[in-house]
Structures are given as C-alpha cells and as structure tokens.
Design a protein around this ligand. Structure first.
Ligand code: FAD
Length: 411
C-alpha cells in the first residue's frame, strides 16, 4: 500500500474528469486521496462528449463500464458530410466490425452524466475526501511531502500532489512555468437541445458532422435520445481567451452563411449557445517535479478535434495509479515513470488534433482532395487509420505505455 492509514493523502487539485478518475484509480490501489476543487459544488455545464474504445478500456479497469453504459448512446455510424454541398463524404459503421476490431465500443455521453458516475464512485470510497470551494493558489514542496495552500488561507498536507486543474492550470505554472496556453483562433459554440426541437429528418442515431471551409458542425444524440448535442466550430480572431461564456449568435450565423440547409436549420434552432475559445499547447515531455505532477489538460491540453481530451485524462489516471503501485510509495519515481509512459501518446494526440482541425476546415483544392480521399475509403481502411488511437497495443505512441512496466518505457 503506497500510503499507510494515518499517513498524509495524495492531494489532487481539480475535480474535473481527470481529477475524479485519478482519485478513483489511486483509491483502488489503496492510496488515500484528498480531492480539492475550486467550484462551490462538484457540478458541470452540460455538453456532450465522445468516448472512444480506448476510454472504455480504461473504464473497465476502473469498474465503471456498466455505470457509464447506462447513460451512454452507442451510435450506429460516424457520418461526415460536406457542409457546403450537403453531400455525404463518408461513413464509418460502428457496429460489429468496429467492435471486433477494437474490442470496445464508441459512445456519446452527456458530460454531467460521466462526471456524476465518477463522483458517485469517488463518494463510495472511504479513501477519498472531497473538498469543494477551495481554490489552490500555492504549493510548497519538501523532501518528505507537499503543502497546498488555498485562496481562503487553508492548508492541506500531502505525500504528493497531482495538478488536474485543467487548461489554465495553476499547478503547471509551478511545475513547468510556461505561461498561458496558445489560443488557436478557433471558437466552439455548444448547445444541448431536447429532441423534440430537432427536425425529424435530422435526427440520426449517429455522430453526424458537416465539414466546411473554416467551419464545421456536429450533432449527435445523448441520454437515450432524449437530447441532442450541437457543436459549431469556426475560425475567428476576435477572441483572445476565455472559457465557457455566452456566445454571440450574430457572428456564428455569419460564419456559417455559406453552409447547406440542414446546418443552417439546426443553427437557427438554438437561442442560447455557450462559447469556448479553444486553446492548446505544444507537447512537452517533462511535467513532473519531485512530488508534484500534472494530469489531463494541465499536462497536455489539446484541441477537441479527435474528441480525446477527457479520454487522455482518464488514461493518465489509470497509468498514474499503476506507476504509484509499482513504485511502492516512491512518488518521485512513480511520477517520472508515469510521464515517460504517457508523453509520446498524449503528444501524438495533441499534434494530430491540430492536423485534424486543418483537415476538417479545409477549403479549395484541399477540401476537394479531402472529400475524394475519404469517400474512397472502405470501413476496414477507416478502422486501420484509427488503430493508433483506439487499438490495443501499437507501440510507444499507442496503448502499450498505459500499462508499460518500468524499464520498457520509451524515453
Ligand atoms: P477540466 O475538465 O478542465 O477540470 C479541471 C478542474 O480543476 C475544474 O473542475 C476546475 O474548476 C478545477 N480547478 C482549476 N483550477 C483550480 C485550482 N486552482 N484549485 C482547485 N481547483 C481548480 N474530450 C473528450 O474526451 N471527448 C470529447 O468529445 C471532447 N469534446 C470537447 C469539446 C469541446 C468544445 C471542448 C472545449 C473540449 C472537449 N473535450 C473532449 C476535452 C475535455 O473536455 C477536456 O480535455 C477534459 O475536460 C479535461 O479534463 P481535466 O480534468 O484535465 O480538466
């Protein structure tokens, strides 16, 4: 057992998807955890997220497959259309062939439902203490432990600390000190509609997405088809930074003016959108210092184009807990082993998310080429292109490192 009863807990700063998954994964290894969240309640703004087979592999390790599946939608296809002509470019079937290839399914889930499943599991553990309404502003590190201090003047002592405090991470500035994340110049508007507000001909049991010129639009069902998640993304230089504020529908409609009828019909259905100014960072390989490490968006913030930010945070959590167990209480060694096992995979997702953003928003000849290449693909070829991300064990940047033993890691 890496920390004994009566010993200080591991402190986790940030109770989002990554922080909760890490708390759970560590508790399952017998580690006591103090989870510290700045928000007054462990609550979440509604939106949908995609969960690839790689995430289900981790959910199985965490014992959450059934709980998550109760809330998830398992779509039939990934469908891509051209946002200007409206014609279908390609579809990837997610049924038997997909599941046979990747063992696990692809699903869509309402974010608060995923967070609740994680929270309920954390609440059931005697080894996890949850503390909302505490914003960590400073961390002191000693040879034998850490102390986190909050804005309100509280102190928490711990054997080690994990910064799972998101893209604007305070802990990253302590460990890495590389300033603000990079604003991508891409804006995302998200909204969730009751199904009754979605025109019948546009309701599909699929993840449907229209790729346009410097814009794309996504729609998919959530919660057994009770809700639909709508995501509109466009390029804009008007915004510097920010997270989750109300959007400006005038600009949104202007940017999508050239898109086909279904996209504009869906955009018109929404009165209130929430807006995200997308940010990421270039990958790094060193996000630990002594007894402090980072996890999820704090370590490797990425654009959302592969739908993997939460997935990578959950993979991090499982990997980190494995390394803590293997190092038998040596947190410094565990954190080094964890980042060595993770940085190539998460770095690849960060880089490929940028590439996919370009691909989805291509114009002119690039758009024609994209459509031509994708329309010629068989489902098997599509599955092959997803192996590195969804497949079981595809080398140092694939899955292997999640469970890789010390000594075999890429460095
Ligand atoms: P966060 O979710 O940001 O959680 C950080 C937590 O830390 C927050 O609760 C915050 O309040 C708390 N915190 C911050 N600072 C402090 C502090 N100083 N003290 C205490 N607490 C603090 N991912 C997917 O896997 N699939 C998708 O389909 C997908 N779609 C996305 C669509 C959009 C538009 C966006 C923007 C993101 C999407 N993502 C998706 C990415 C995903 O949402 C993030 O990668 C994921 O939420 C990261 O989790 P995290 O726990 O690392 O950080």
């Amino acid at each position: 057992m890496p920390n004994q009863p009566g010993q200080s807990p591991v402190l986790i700063v940030g109770g989002g998807i990554g922080g909760r998954a890490a708390a759970l994964a560590l508790s399952q290894k017998g580690v006591r955890v103090q989870l510290i969240e700045q928000a007054g309640e462990f609550k979440e703004v509604g939106a949908g997220i995609q969960l690839g087979p790689n995430v289900f592999r981790m959910l199985e390790v965490l014992g959450l497959t059934e709980a998550v599946s109760r809330f998830a939608v398992f779509p039939e296809n990934l469908i891509m259309l051209d946002a200007i002509s409206g014609t279908e470019v390609t579809r990837v079937p997610l049924g038997e062939g997909f599941r046979k290839t990747f063992t696990y399914p692809y699903a869509l889930i309402y974010r608060p439902d995923l967070l609740n499943v994680l929270l309920e599991a954390c609440r059931k553990s005697d080894l996890i203490d949850l503390d909302p309404a505490q914003k960590v502003v400073a961390v002191d590190e000693r040879n034998d432990g850490v102390t986190a201090r909050t804005q309100g003047g509280r102190s928490y002592g711990g054997v080690a600390l994990i910064g799972a405090d998101g893209v604007w991470s305070t802990i990253r500035q302590i460990v890495v000190g590389d300033g603000k994340p990079a604003v991508a110049g891409h804006i995302t508007y998200r909204a969730v509609l009751p199904t009754t507000d979605v025109p019948e001909h546009l309701r599909r049991w699929s993840m449907t997405f229209w790729a346009g010129e410097k814009v794309h639009f996504v729609i998919y069902p959530l919660r057994g088809g009770e809700l639909y998640n709508l995501v509109a993304v466009f390029h804009s230089n008007r915004y510097e930074e920010g997270w989750d504020s109300f959007g400006d529908p005038v600009e949104l409609h202007e940017r999508f003016a050239k898109t086909c009828e279904p996209v504009r019909t869906l955009l018109a259905k929404i009165e209130s959108w929430r807006m995200w100014v997308l940010c990421d960072r270039p990958p790094i390989k060193d996000w630990s210092r002594g007894r402090i490490t980072l996890l999820g968006d704090a370590a490797h913030p990425m654009l959302q184009y592969l739908g993997q930010g939460a997935g990578m945070a959950i993979e991090d959590a499982v990997c980190l807990a494995n390394k803590v167990e293997e190092s038998a209480g040596d947190f410094v060694a565990a954190f080094q082993a964890y980042q060595r096992a993770r940085y190539l995979r998460t770095g690849r997702v960060q880089i490929m998310a940028r590439v996919y953003g370009e691909f989805y928003h291509a114009s002119g000849v690039a758009r024609e080429l994209r459509n031509l290449m994708l329309s010629a693909r068989t489902p098997e070829q599509a599955f092959d292109s997803m192996q590195w991300l969804y497949g079981e064990d595809t080398g140092p940047t694939g899955y292997g490192p999640v469970f890789q033993r010390e000594g075999a890691a890429a460095s």
